[in-house]
Write a protein of this length. Sequence first.
Length: 145
Amino acid sequence: MGMNVGQGGGSGDPDVVVDINTTPLIDVMLVLLIMLIITIPVQTHAVKLDMPNGAPPPTNNEPPPVVEIAVDFDGTVTWNGQVVPDRQTLEWRLKTEAVDPAVQPEVHVRPNKLATYKFVAAVMASAQRLGVTKIGIIGNEQFAD
């Protein structure tokens, strides 16, 4: 924002340079910025929570019992080493184990390497349908080859 005036009439006078002085404008802007910073309210980041009252329930430090279900290549199912004769017996045992979710045992399904998918899937589907929540497949290292 300036204006340069050219030479006037050939006299030996120096050129006149007309520029706006921006120093007072910068001072005013800094004062306004400081006032704005001071007047902004302090933001507190608080989350309102309803915390429970009283002592926490006692914890049980002992590990849960483990039930190991093995599925053989021909569809034979064993429950902790004992052969289960049919699917109804397996479902009855799973239902009795899934009654109380607080003390429910861990169910480890150990399929044989040669077992087909339908036998393993049938055991896992029955366990899930009957309410077993702690279920897992073990022995995966045999499938790494």
